[in-house]
Ligand binder design. Structure first.
Ligand SMILES: NC(=O)c1ccc[n+]([C@@H]2O[C@H](COP(=O)([O-])OP(=O)(O)OC[C@H]3O[C@@H](n4cnc5c(N)ncnc54)[C@H](O)[C@@H]3O)[C@@H](O)[C@H]2O)c1
Length: 353
């Protein structure tokens, strides 16, 4: 097989702006079908990208002879659609957050393992050179035993969380469609706000770079006048005893800078990862430093990379840089965080299972 047959489920903003053009422009893939419960959206995307097979029911797409599927539906539906895909014997790239509940995420991991299928999560930042470089330094032990991880992640998503996606039309372009109004603002569809939508990215990075899972989480969250959380702060402990923080707001306004940084601090040095500006450097206690070349504008957020990586995996190439197991660790971190914010007490992650 030199070309993988791929379907896309969910013909909304992210899939139509990134996954579909990525697949159509990749000679190792054939985008064979598109499914959306809103037939009009599948039709518009199908006409734009010249894909004839369009379905309202994702199960029909899954039965149409595809090798892999990209799932870009609202958060509350990730689990069911991904489960159906795996049960149909189809390799899966599911967008972040992988699922809303840890039990669902681990169920998908177990299913994919049992059925011998690839399971990837749409963690775009993990496809940068810097993510791999940071991972190598931290996991090779060059900064010694990890003691502390500090993170900040600010982003421009407040209008999404308020159910007014059109306010970002000029920022994001929306070549075919923006998100539905309820996608990020209705707790029953989104499963939460800044935490599930955004904190999932940097915590995905922390899990990927350190290879560790969280054992305990304490969080404060504020929704103000929104129906979902806008501002979140997390304190957490990792399985090796290191402690960490992650603070986040979705309230950045157009034209303002965002901060998306993580510092990994160990007994022999520190690694500083500035994701949004594409900078990475390491400083060791023996006085040496290592500077990495800044990422180019095109390398900063390689949104086309995730779907192509699924294709490569299916064709037997490359590593899974955003495996289901790591996605599940983030889901359990976030579930613990939401529970902690609700109860005012730290939550032990293992007790969620
Ligand atoms: N990796 C990233 O950087 C990134 C960026 C943006 C969005 N996303 C993720 O992509 C996903 C989609 O977000 P969006 O902004 O495109 O949302 P959206 O509202 O634009 O699109 C979701 C689409 O899924 C469809 N849908 C829902 N259930 C379905 C089902 N069972 N079968 C077929 N279609 C179904 C809806 O009708 C809608 O068209 C979310 O998980 C989001 O978090 C990831």
């Amino acid at each position: 097989m030199d070309q993988a047959r791929i379907g896309v489920i969910g013909a909304g903003w992210w899939a139509t702006q990134h996954h579909m053009p990525s697949l159509v422009g990749y000679d190792r893939a054939e985008l064979t079908g598109i499914a959306d419960v809103e037939a009009e959206k599948a039709k518009r995307a199908g006409e734009f990208y010249e894909v004839k097979d369009r379905f309202e029911d994702h199960r029909e797409l899954l039965a149409s002879g595809i090798d892999g599927v990209v799932i870009a539906v609202q958060h509350a539906y990730h689990y069911q659609v991904a489960k159906d895909a795996l049960d149909a014997g189809v390799h899966v790239l599911v967008e972040k957050p992988m699922t809303l509940k840890a039990s669902e995420a681990w169920d998908l991991v177990e299913r994919a393992d049992r059925l011998g299928l690839h399971l990837m999560v749409g963690y775009t930042y993990q496809f940068t050179k810097h993510a791999e470089a940071a991972r190598k330094i931290v996991q090779s032990g060059r900064i010694g035993e990890l003691q502390f991880v500090s993170g900040i992640f600010t982003s421009m998503v407040e209008s999404y969380l308020r159910g007014k996606p059109q306010e970002y039309a000029s920022e994001f372009n929306f070549p075919i469609t923006g998100p539905s109004e309820d996608t990020y603002s209705d707790p029953t569809v989104a499963g939460g706000g800044q935490g599930v939508l955004q904190v999932t990215h940097p915590m995905g990075m922390v899990m990927r770079v350190t290879g560790l899972k969280a054992t305990q989480v304490f969080a404060f969250m504020e929704s103000f006048d929104l129906d979902v959380d806008l501002v979140d702060t997390f304190s957490y402990r990792l399985e090796n005893g290191a402690v960490g923080t992650m603070s986040s707001t979705g309230g950045v306004r157009p034209g303002q800078p965002s901060d998306q940084r993580i510092i990994y601090f160990g007994t022999k040095g520190q690694v500083r990862q500035d994701m949004i500006n594409g900078r990475l450097d390491a400083h060791f206690h023996d006085g040496t430093t290592e500077e990495f070349t800044d990422l180019t504008k095109d390398e900063l957020y390689p949104a086309h990379a995730t779907s192509r990586a699924l294709v490569d995996l299916i064709l037997g190439d490359g590593d899974n840089r955003a495996p289901g197991e790591q996605g599940a660790r983030v889901v359990e971190f976030l579930e613990a965080g939401y529970r902690s914010a609700e109860t005012g007490a730290p939550v032990t992650v293992a007790k969620l299972h």
